[in-house]
Design a protein around this ligand. Structure first.
Ligand SMILES: [Zn+2]
Length: 96
């Protein structure tokens, strides 16, 4: 539990400094990229009371430019619903 909170604090402090993708966060904090999604989701919910906001630059399709704006999860989408392409540009996050 302690370790989880430390990881979350690290992520919050990194995102307060610069825009990062889940892959960047995974490298910087040394956790698997799939775990980053869960932390972001928790951070997103817990920031509400602090007056800060998690700003999300959404995943987008590299083939047609479709943006996954409505996505309420943080893990990578598999395919573009518009062109069925699978080259998805990573979302990036920032805390402001
Ligand atoms: Zn597409």
């Amino acid at each position: 539990m302690e370790a989880l909170q430390t990881v979350r604090k690290q992520i919050v402090s990194l995102l307060s400094e610069e825009d990062l993708t889940a892959m960047d966060i995974s490298h910087l904090v040394r956790i698997p990229e799939k775990d980053v999604a869960g932390h972001l989701s928790h951070i997103h919910r817990s920031l509400g009371s602090t007056g800060k906001k998690l700003i999300i630059e959404p995943y987008s399709c590299m083939s047609c430019g479709y943006q996954f704006k409505k996505r309420d999860r943080f893990d990578r989408p598999g395919r573009c619903p518009q062109c069925k392409g699978s080259h998805i540009r990573l979302a990036s996050y920032r805390i402001l």
